[in-house]
Design a binder for this molecule. Structure first.
Ligand SMILES: NC(=O)c1ccc[n+]([C@@H]2O[C@H](COP(=O)([O-])OP(=O)(O)OC[C@H]3O[C@@H](n4cnc5c(N)ncnc54)[C@H](OP(=O)(O)O)[C@@H]3O)[C@@H](O)[C@H]2O)c1
Length: 314
């Protein structure tokens, strides 16, 4: 049994919005609503105070149910939970943004959202079909709106008061620079895939310079091959410090100054993923210096279409 330390309670200050974001985040990309309800409730009970959702996950009602359940029980207060959700690609047109945001608020049953992200920089044909395709199966993009125009619509949500902070997801450094240059309200958060196989150091450096929090999704590599959780460097450190490989990966994420998002429907793993402890500095350095594998698991940054890419076992 290890002694709990403060790492799991780390909060990172935001450049606008709800003060600070808890570094340890629980993601709700879970297809089944019953599993979503159970896992979200278990995450809040385990100590997670940061939830990540999206209109696109089609389960905001279930996330809302789980939160209300825990708030009613009196074990967790709304003001202690940081909730992020995201604008989907089909709602990039400025005139669609407020309705999409209010739809998420209604489904989540929340008066305000702590952080609203543009889910991807790709605008799709506006409408209720989340995955619009032409007769050949190709995605129908929308060239009638720019990312800067959508960003300004998010800024107006902040002005209205129900949205505390805004940010971007699945964005490249180049596109982020454009938004930072054009923004009246700077992005507070940037959510991208990141783990030791895709550390995104350049993006992290830029975020640090601008007071932007980098939120690392797939912090455990989405349990895909090649499994970062089975990496020999990570496993050896886990053995040395008496923690699991997952706990090493999540501690690494917090100690290098990012927030992480992890997901599990397994109650034991949810507890494990919150039970992180600080790593010695030499372990942090070893992960940075000795792991050279470079893999992106999710292709969403290339097309705007979400999806982890299965790979053959090497
Ligand atoms: N912005 C975007 O485009 C985007 C894209 C993807 C994800 N996200 C967000 O990021 C969140 C996290 O992403 P992710 O699901 O890829 O995270 P992840 O934590 O890297 O991967 C989750 C997978 O790891 C397994 N797992 C969890 N804890 C484990 C542990 N302690 N030991 C071994 N395996 C473990 C889970 O299986 P079990 O359930 O069986 O435990 C699940 O298969 C999502 O829920 C979503 O909120 C955002």
């Amino acid at each position: 049994m290890t002694t709990p330390d403060a790492l799991r309670y780390t909060r990172i200050p935001l450049n606008n919005g709800s003060g600070a974001i808890p570094a340890a985040g629980f993601g709700t990309l879970i297809p089944d609503p019953v599993a979503t309800r159970q896992a979200t409730k278990a995450a809040l009970e385990a100590g997670f105070r940061h939830l990540d959702g999206a209109e696109r996950y089609r389960n905001e009602e279930a996330v809302g149910d789980a939160m209300q359940n825990v708030f009613r029980a009196g074990t967790v207060r709304r003001e202690d939970v940081f909730v992020t959700t995201k604008l989907w690609n089909t709602n990039h047109r400025p005139e669609r943004v407020k309705a999409a945001f209010d739809g998420s608020r209604r489904r989540l049953r929340l008066d305000h959202i702590d952080c609203y992200l543009i889910h991807t920089p790709f605008a799709f044909q506006p409408g209720d079909e989340q995955d619009p395709r032409d007769a050949s199966g190709r995605v129908i993009y929308d060239s009638g709106v720019t990312l800067v125009e959508t960003w300004h619509a998010l800024e107006r949500l902040v002005d209205d008061g129900h949205c505390k902070a805004i940010g971007l997801s699945d964005i490249t450094l180049e596109k982020l620079r454009e938004i930072v240059a054009a923004a009246r309200i700077k992005p507070a958060v940037v959510q991208v895939e990141s783990h030791p196989y895709l550390p995104e150091w350049d993006l992290l450096d830029f975020c640090r310079q601008h007071g932007i929090v980098l939120q690392a999704f797939a912090a455990l590599g989405h349990a895909m091959e090649p499994r970062v959780i089975d990496d020999p460097v990570v496993r050896a450190i886990a053995h040395r410090v008496g923690k699991t490989p997952a706990q090493v990966l999540l501690a690494w994420a917090v100690q290098r100054g990012t927030s992480f998002l992890t997901t599990s429907t397994n109650p034991g793993r949810i507890l494990e993923n919150f039970d992180i402890s600080a790593l010695p500095e030499d372990a942090m350095q070893e992960i940075r210096d000795s792991i050279t594998t470079n893999v992106r698991f999710n292709s969403v940054v290339e097309t705007g279409v979400p999806g982890f890419i299965p790979r053959a076992k090497s």
